[in-house]
Design a protein around this ligand. Sequence first.
Ligand SMILES: *Cc1c(COP(=O)(O)O)cnc(C)c1O
Ligand SMILES: [Zn+2]
Length: 419
Amino acid sequence: MSLDLTADTPSAPAVADDGVWLACIECGETFAPFSAIRYTCDHCDGLLEVRYDDPPTFDDFEGRGVWRYSAALPFEMGVSLPEGDTPLHHVPRLEEEIGIERLRVKHEGMNPTGSFKDRGMTVGVRVAEELGVDRLACASTGNTSAALAAYGARGGMPTLVLLPAGKVAAGKIAQAALHDARILEVDGNFDDCLDIVQDLAARGEVYLLNSLNPFRLEGQKTIGLEILEEFHADHGTYPDRIVLPVGNAGNTSALYKCFRELVQSGALDADDVPKLTGVQAEGAAPMVEAIEEGNDEVRRWPDVETIATAIRIGNPVNAPKALPGIRQTGGTAVSVTDEAITDAQRSLASEGVGVEPASATSIAGLRKLREQGVVDDDEQVVCLTTGHLLKDPDAAFAAGNKPESVPNDTEAILDHIAE
Ligand SMILES: *Cc1c(COP(=O)(O)O)cnc(C)c1O
Ligand SMILES: [Zn+2]
């Protein structure tokens, strides 16, 4: 693996605050982290990244959950429910069926609001407190709004969420509603919602907590830290590959950043960095298109459709961070059909692991790459499942067994189940 780390050798610029600063990934300009609200570079509009003068080693970590990794984060503690510390399931039947040496499933649906978004929000809302903002906002395919509503409520801050009308799973809207977010249903898709909320943020109306916000990705890095620590403790080695669903590519970017920082600190050998492998639904696959065609930029897909509503996204904002992550780690990207997603959702459920459709893309993608021979039979793989089954009850009903009506009578029921 040839990880190019020359571009971000840590050395604190004058704007750094306690060894933390923001840097533009395009032009390299640096900014103070908390003195002004800023989502992109003032000069070139490039994406920003949080940088540290002292990247962490495994010895620096203590405690449980996201804040175990405070040495890799800008704060010691945040607004916490608490989050992280999710299970890394063994799935022996799937491992055997797919035909690889080892398969583990990191189930991020076990976070407090049922998705990995909580890891980003615990840090993001802490930063919002630091900045002293009045109102939090996001565009969302659902899970970001559920997490923002819960963490905003916990932090005592009002929240505004913009959702694509009719395209958000029931469980997620229910969460945003009960946690007291103001919910705006936009007659458009997720990408339209994000355009609007970015306008609102630019006008100073709201503090933006989409994954464009570089601090959210810091919290999401902890998925990678947990996987590496637990996998190594159990198997004495690191996984060869991590397969994950891709929407805005925030997680892909966050995992890549996690690995780079560990390599910088000397905690991880560049040869041990897992291959980042992204999966999208066929109806919303702009990242896969860019990887397959070798493009440096992602073409925005105006029309997207898939049962995996959490990744029904045509303009992945973190592509400039994620494409190098996939390429530099020797990974790839693949798209899967909605049928394959539902099959994978059923397969996971039959091992007791309940996930929403978007999450099952990781298993569906691994299956396809194994069939294509891209993934070897001697590989050790971790698949990320990003959200809980109960997030999308309609999809679960459609994919699962139908309830059968029976009379209110034991004998009749015995006859019925004998059939
Ligand atoms: C947000 C989300 C994704 C997409 O993650 P990105 O970091 O935007 O690529 C995937 N699955 C679920 C369940 C999500 O909520
Ligand atoms: Zn710049």
